[in-house]
Design a protein around this ligand. Structure first.
Ligand code: HEM
Length: 427
């Protein structure tokens, strides 16, 4: 369950239904996978749950003052401050930069001939660069690789089996090294904060700038939110891009449709075009491809929260203290909602009846829902839409096999073995 959860989840769902209780005593768990039941979690008051619970190992990496590990008024204040930084205006301002970074990644590939390239690290590096530019401004862009290196060990640590994450306060072992990387990460962020304080005029695109000037956050709170945003914001999106490439690589018609649309909307690289939200809104095929990929391969297969009181979830009783693992994977493949659920078919989102749309809206939950939904969902969707459009426009890709690989990763679900495709640049 905690190393390769997907087959276990599928089996539990098939044998026992949409809500399954497991474990005993203080280690009670409930897997919630039915769309109605998952929605019922999202519509309850956030006070019914705790994210700062005994099983939450994230705090070692992101800190105790991160919004992702806090509850109550502290969570609301931290989340509110970050939310301001993700305004629609700021998101739209990043559109040209995202296309620029997609072009830079493509331009770094061999210019002629077909080559075997693992597109997973290529996409991951591009997304890291986008995130660093968006969060810290262009002046920190040359530090993107360093940020990535310092995130690697913490991310590997979170993927370790639970028994290897047993808490201890000593500066030794993997945990000690994770803490040291976190301190080095904070030093980089402090450097960026210093540059912001010295700056005569504000940079309107920079997320950190908003946090630095927010008078409700302490320095430690800013550092914890920034670490959370980079950690939650880049591996998840990179894993989704990797799955999307597999899904489209195996469907040449869809790749061709993405390309036609991108030719029309984005124009050729170097051509004078205005890249703004109207261009993004016209990438309808790309938007459906993103949605369908996230339905089938959500980066978070299960997400944990603890019941803060006895709860009735769509007729199921869940006792206080139970660790609730709600599953975007199960909801996204629910056979009562999705026709032929494991088939990759972006057009399933077209021409839905009112009832179908309501059911699909309830079952499509890769970013969670309610007040604790993903704060970065619009950024992630925007990045994925623009990246897949530009990649389809500029690359020909051939997967090495006729089937998708299995998944790997407990915290972030990605394709086993990466995306080792034959790739050539389009003439
Ligand atoms: C495809 C990419 C992504 C996926 C699938 C994803 C998924 C999720 C999910 C399912 C949750 C809710 C977990 C729960 O119910 O407890 C969540 C929360 C969160 N996500 Fe994302 N995420 C993605 C990208 C991002 C990005 C780009 C950022 C940052 C810019 C981000 C930052 C966060 C934060 C800070 C939270 C916690 C919110 C809170 O506790 O109030 N995520 N994400």
């Amino acid at each position: 369950m905690f190393s390769d959860p997907q087959p276990v989840l599928d089996e539990l769902r098939a044998d026992y239904g949409p809500v399954v209780g497991l474990g005993f005593g203080p280690a009670r768990m409930a897997i919630v996978g039915g769309p109605a039941e998952v929605r019922s979690l999202f519509t309850r008051p956030v006070e019914d749950f705790r994210w700062n619970h005994k099983f939450n190992a994230l705090a070692v990496v992101v800190g105790k003052q991160s919004m992702i590990t806090s509850d109550g008024d502290d969570w609301a204040r931290r989340r509110g401050a970050v939310q301001t930084a993700f305004s629609r205006r700021r998101l739209n301002g990043w559109i040209p930069m995202i296309i620029e970074q997609a072009d830079a990644a493509i331009d770094a590939l061999p210019a002629d001939g077909r080559h075997q390239v693992d597109l997973y690290p290529v996409g991951r590096a591009a997304i890291l660069e986008i995130v660093v530019r968006a969060f810290f401004g262009a002046s920190m862009a040359d530090k993107a690789e360093r940020f990535g290196d310092l995130m690697q060990r913490p991310q590997d640590y979170l993927e370790l089996p639970a028994w290897k994450q047993v808490p201890h306060p000593f500066p030794i072992g993997t945990r000690g090294r994770v803490r040291a990387d976190r301190r080095a990460f904070d030093d980089l962020v402090r450097e960026a904060m210093g540059a912001i304080r010295d700056r005569p005029s504000p940079d309107p695109d920079d997320v950190l700038e908003v946090l630095v000037h927010d008078e409700t956050l302490s320095e430690q709170e800013i550092l914890d939110q920034v670490n959370t945003l980079v950690g939650a914001g880049f591996d998840t999106t990179a894993a989704s891009l990797a799955w999307m490439l597999w899904c489209c690589g195996l469907a040449p018609d869809i790749w061709a449709a993405l390309r036609d649309e991108a030719d029309l909307v984005l124009g050729a690289p170097g051509e004078e075009r205005v890249f703004d939200h109207t261009a993004l809104n016209r990438l309808e095929v790309a938007d459906r491809v993103v949605k369908e990929t996230l339905r089938l391969h959500p980066a978070g297969v299960i997400s944990p929260r603890e019941a803060a009181r006895d709860l009735d979830i769509a007729g199921h009783t869940i006792a206080k203290g139970t660790l609730i693992l709600w599953s975007a994977h199960l909801a996204g493949r629910d056979p009562d909602v999705w026709d032929d659920p494991v088939r990759f078919d972006p057009d399933r989102f077209l021409d839905m009846t009112e009832d179908q749309r309501t059911a699909a809206d309830a079952a499509w939950v890769p970013f969670g829902g309610g007040r604790r939904n993903c704060i970065g969902f619009a950024l992630a969707q925007m990045e994925l839409t623009l990246l897949i459009a530009r990649l389809a426009q500029r690359l020909d890709i051939t997967p090495p096999t006729s089937g998708k690989p299995g998944p790997v990763g407990m915290v972030v679900n990605r394709p086993k073995g990466g995306v080792p495709f034959e790739v050539s640049r389009r003439n």
